[in-house]
Design a protein around this ligand. Sequence first.
Ligand code: TRP
Ligand code: SF4
Length: 400
Amino acid sequence: MFAERVLSGMRPTGSLHLGHYHGVLKNWVEMQQEFECLFFVADWHALTTHYDTPEIIEQSVWDMVIDWLAAGVDPSRATLFIQSKVPEHAELHLLLSMITPLGWLERVPTYKDQQEKLSEKDLSTYGFLGYPLLQSADILIYRSTQVPVGEDQVPHIEFTREIARRFNHIYGREPGFEEKAEAAVKKLGSKKARLYTELRTRFQEQGDDGALESAKSLLDEQQSLSIGDRERLFGYLEGGGKMILSEPEAMLTKASKMPGLDGQKMSKSYNNTITLREDEASVSKKIRTMPTDPARVRRTDSGTPEKCPVWALHQVYSSEDTKSWVRQGCATAGIGCIECKQPVINAVLEEQKPMRERAQLYLDDPTLVRNIIADGCEKARKLAGETMRDVREAMGLSYS
Ligand code: TRP
Ligand code: SF4
């Protein structure tokens, strides 16, 4: 049904805030309209850094799923599940670890960066070193084509592509590959088989990339081929073995520009957040007590919006009219800061209203959430199981 499969995960390490909403969740909600989407709670990944505070993870898992649903992630469109409920991820991680050079893991930039950044924690662990490989298993097990991630995660996707390539290189050559590939060519029917062979030769002998592309789209159109034969024919084209694991692409999510209450980027570590479903009184209070341009000591002092964190929030939430009202009123001391903050307060509350309402449904009846996740886990396990069958077979583990 879909040619693309989108997969993304989020670590349950605390409550989500409006920065997550603007940076990640809105994007997920848009993508679920267009693509087959799988979104999962990366609880094992959370354990790699929070192994000594499992209670935080446990608490955050269900809250996070409710936050996703509140934000508009739709379980009838996207598959939602929890990593640890699909133990096949761990199996693939283990099997991939057999072929993963230690140096590849040590060179992933987040490894040293995070160790330094989180220096209060001992991250010289086997699990933490393996973080990107576990992520590769998450991605490869669903044969995901697109992985929406932030800039910092791009090296993990690159790493995943290299792992997939290495795996296919080592295990892609099944016994009798050439014969099986030739048999699959015949199944295309004589006309298409001739075309495929011709294009393959043109690519292999003359390096004609156009021929390669044409051959690939020819294969894309073949509905009746089995998955195994399709992969053989793709592999045969480029001269490699059978493509067992497919290389995903990173889908870069623009860095969230969401400003926090102090003008810095909104982040839990800066203590400047508004949580996704924060109660109304607390939202109003937080915004009312936000710092403003320090030049406005008295109501009669004029100010400069550019020096004020409230202005940054107007950029996110206000219309051009409101913004010119702020600009004018601030520069001439025509408005007070409390007055200036009111439209921001209103807009945030307005944005959160449907989220609070959607969440209430799930808070009132927690079995709804459990059922959504149970369904999602079941679907995910089925997909993961298909890949694992091929992986076990390729690695000589399908004894009967
Ligand atoms: N490492 C990701 C992060 O910190 C979370 C994650 C785990 C993930 N597995 C994934 C993201 C697979 C995308 C795909 O944000
Ligand atoms: Fe900031 Fe608005 Fe006050 Fe100007 S009037 S300092 S923009 S809060």
